[in-house]
Design a binder for this molecule. Structure first.
Ligand code: AMP
Length: 585
């Protein structure tokens, strides 16, 4: 008998979302109350003297703003198997390990059933809006998803990356079926121990089911680009496997081999067709729709540090829409993309007011005004006071603070967001950048976004020659006097010294931060250095992180390397092929 397929009631999901967002202020109060009632007995809250109070005012008066570092000892005790409630009322059974790619080292954060539920709520919400505009029916998804190794902490808790915790969850799998977005690859591939082998098999599965694929996705857009770059290298081998019905010997893990053997049958017609299509493409333009003629859209997080990969993704996608996935972190989800037809560069995320209690630290120019309005006249300390979810202002930038069901209270996430508008009474946020990724030598404060902009400008000079910057990072070199910015580039082919010197000058001129420009003019910052690294260097950086236990699904190339990730700096420096100094200014 055929299994009855449960289909998500998207109209109901949208109705529920509308109700929640119409009354965001009250929903926030109620959510905070629930979090504090559920976890009031936890040692962390007990020590702060809330004495059972659950209103936002008491909460803010008693509970300090914290970073991960402040909570680390508590989280470690949880991971070590502490018997008493430390951060949450109910025991934490799972730990998420963050990618560690922005701050240098992976961090532990608690994960529990409530966080799983919020994950599902976010996924369902964005799917409901997406499916109205881009319906998928009875299709399969080619998902480049990978699990990290699951380890057991000293206290016996399972620890893995947040995405792995989610992929393993049975409720999540059921939800994916209901959203008709089931991954076309068998579990053995997703949970395989070697990402190179899993990536090859994902591609093979996609080709086997090529007509049924309606969706190509990954957690972050980086993995989709990496997958099709790999396809360019291995497509002939993939065709051989399909032609003969025998998996290449490079896949060595027996469970992956036997799972793939069940899918792979000799199919010379399919192999011929793929070969013909690949040979007919111009520099792989439009590869995705060519291979998967029924694909409706491409889905994954495409904002923030993923934007530099969009150009390449568009090249592979031709006119297939790119839709950015939702906004969240291992620490918790924040918002859903409910405007899927917007291009990723304009994507915003509507905050779901019942998945956590959110506060926002005003940044930049709006600090003073917010402080006056909030009656905070301690201008001397200039400590900006966080505002509530419904108090944020359109056009302003803020740092996000999360309080959630997983034992984080007033936790500074370190992300900068800009309020673009409101959906009912909940804000729609644009992701701006990580707050701590910053190049600074003198009075300059160049953000991840400033760096991305400069690289984008300079890369235009090599795109005229049909070449591209595959990946990039940066560092401040203060071993010279004055110190200077160093930008590392991996490029897709050979470029003349003349053009690269021009790129170096362009990078130097394109940092828009006022502090940088004025410091450069008076030589308080030295000429910018462009270091071109050998092909495959950023793959070594990726391998380094995977070796530390990170999962490809959550990987983000570190855009600024230095003290906290010395090893990465060393990999980059060891692989420099050429370097150039700017003559601009
Ligand atoms: P991790 O928990 O290690 O996977 O990293 C979470 C971080 O990824 C967030 O704090 C953001 O900096 C970034 N991130 C997550 N979702 C998005 C998004 N939709 N757009 C831009 N950056 C994102």
């Amino acid at each position: 008998m055929l299994e009855k397929k449960e289909i998500l009631d998207v109209e109901k999901v949208i109705r529920d979302f509308e109700v929640l967002t119409k009354d965001a202020e009250n929903v926030q109060r109620e959510t905070l109350k629930m979090i504090l009632e559920e976890n009031g007995c936890a040692e962390y809250l007990q020590n702060l003297g809330l004495n059972g109070r659950t209103d936002p005012e008491s909460f803010k008066a008693c509970v300090p703003l914290v970073t991960h570092k402040d909570l680390e000892p508590c989280i470690q005790r949880v991971a070590d198997g502490a018997f008493s409630p430390i951060l949450t009322g109910k025991p934490i059974t799972t730990i998420s390990i963050t990618s560690g790619t922005t701050q240098g080292k992976p961090k532990f954060v608690p994960f529990n059933d409530e966080m799983m539920e919020t994950t599902l709520q976010i996924f369902r919400t964005s799917f409901a809006f997406r499916n109205k505009e881009f319906p998928i029916e009875n299709g399969r998804a080619l998902q480049f998803i990978y699990s990290s190794k699951q380890i057991k902490t000293k206290g016996g808790l399972f620890a893995g990356t947040a995405t792995s915790n989610v992929f393993r969850n049975s409720q999540f799998r059921k939800a994916m079926k209901a959203m008709q977005s089931e991954c076309c690859s068998p579990d053995e591939v997703i949970f395989g121990p070697d990402f190179h082998q899993s990536l090859y098999c994902h591609l093979l599965c996609g080709l086997i089911f090529h007509e049924e694929i309606q969706l190509v996705s990954s957690t972050f857009a980086y993995s989709i680009v990496l997958a099709f770059r790999t396809f360019e290298q291995v497509w002939e081998e993939l065709c051989d496997d399909i032609r003969e019905g025998v998996l290449t010997s490079r896949i060595t893990f027996p469970p992956v081999r036997s799972a793939m053997a069940k899918l792979l049958k000799p199919n010379p017609e399919l192999a011929d067709m793929i070969e013909k299509k690949c040979s007919g493409l111009n520099n792989w333009y439009g590869l995705i729709p060519e291979l998967f003629p029924n694909v409706k859209y491409i889905y994954g997080i495409m904002t923030g540090c993923m934007e530099p990969y969009l150009k390449k993704l568009r090249h592979y996608a031709a006119d297939v829409p790119l839709i950015s996935a939702d906004y969240g972190s291992s620490e918790g989800w924040i918002g859903a993309n409910i405007n899927p037809s917007l291009p990723p560069e304009s994507a915003t995320y509507a905050v779901l007011p019942n998945i956590g209690y959110f506060e926002f630290i005003p940044l930049k120019e709006n600090v003073e005004e917010h402080m006056q309005e909030n009656g905070n006249v301690s201008f001397l300390s200039m400590e900006p006071k966080p505002v509530d979810l419904t108090e944020v202002r359109v056009g302003e930038e803020y740092e996000v603070i999360i309080t959630n069901f997983g034992g984080l209270y007033r936790y500074k996430l370190g992300d900068v967001v800009k309020v673009m508008g409101f959906h009912n009474s909940t804000p729609e946020l644009k992701f701006v950048c990580r707050r701590n990724v910053m190049l600074a030598i003198n009075i300059d404060k160049s953000t991840e976004q400033d760096l991305q902009f400069a690289v984008e400008e300079a890369a235009k000079l090599i795109s005229k020659k049909k070449l591209e910057v595959i990946d990039f990072s940066s560092n401040v070199d203060v071993s010279t006097d004055p110190g200077h910015y160093v930008i590392f580039w991996e490029i897709s082919g050979e470029v003349s010294d003349e053009v690269l010197t021009e790129c170096c000058n362009c990078l130097d001129r394109s940092f828009v931060d006022g502090g940088y420009v004025s410091s450069r003019k008076v030589d308080a910052i030295g000429p910018l250095e462009l270091r071109v690294v050998r092909r495959g260097t950023f793959q070594k950086v990726l391998d380094h992180y995977l070796g530390l236990g990170a999962a490809l699904s959550q990987f983000k190339t570190p855009r600024c390397v230095g003290l906290t990730n010395n090893k990465v700096l060393q990999i980059l420096c060891d692989n420099v092929a050429k370097n150039y100094f700017s003559t601009a200014f």
